[in-house]
Design a binder for this molecule. Structure first.
Ligand code: FE2
Ligand code: FE2
Length: 165
């Protein structure tokens, strides 16, 4: 049985995942605007993955017999100072989402809510997302001000293929 408190928390996480999707879509538009098409494609795919996360919460809330309540999605930032700054913001955002998932898991454990706890395992295992973004930030640090490096990284990120799990 899912508690009222857990229902509210799950709906909040659904909103947070939708905001993640929105934020990365905004980053995609930013990259497109500055002609970094590979990064734009990467972010658009990241946005689609986050939408997929949101749908996992959507489906789970319904599966446990609760009501999905959609709320307003926060405005995403529209511009960043530099490509690296956008990926750094993405990393910070991923860290904040990881914390939210951990807090949700703590709540599920304290409420002895096994169904939610098991459902959340998939997200706890999703830490690879954070390390992927951290690696890209490291790549930016390596290339520094090199235009050629930026061009290569853009090409590299453009090769990402979508894999919805
Ligand atoms: Fe997510
Ligand atoms: Fe994420």
């Amino acid at each position: 049985m899912i508690s009222e408190k857990m229902k509210v928390a799950l709906n909040e996480q659904l909103n947070a995942e939708l905001f993640s999707s929105y934020l990365y879509l905004s980053m995609s538009a930013y990259f497109d605007d500055i002609n970094l098409k590979g990064m734009a494609a990467w972010m658009k795919m990241q946005s689609a993955e986050e939408y997929g996360h949101a749908m996992k919460f959507f489906d789970f809330i319904i599966r446990v017999g609760q009501r999905v309540t959609l709320k307003q999605i926060e405005n995403p930032q529209l511009n960043w100072d530099a490509p690296q700054a956008a990926f750094e913001a993405a990393l910070q955002h991923e860290k904040s989402i990881t914390k939210k998932i951990n807090d949700l898991t703590d709540l599920a454990i304290s409420e002895k809510d096994h169904a939610t706890n098991t459902f959340l395992h998939w997200f706890v295992d999703e830490v690879e997302e954070e390390s992927t973004v951290a690696d890209i930030v490291e790549n930016f640090k390596l290339i520094g001000d090199s235009k050629g490096g930026l061009f290569m990284l853009d090409k590299e990120l453009g090769k990402r293929v979508f894999a919805q799990k």
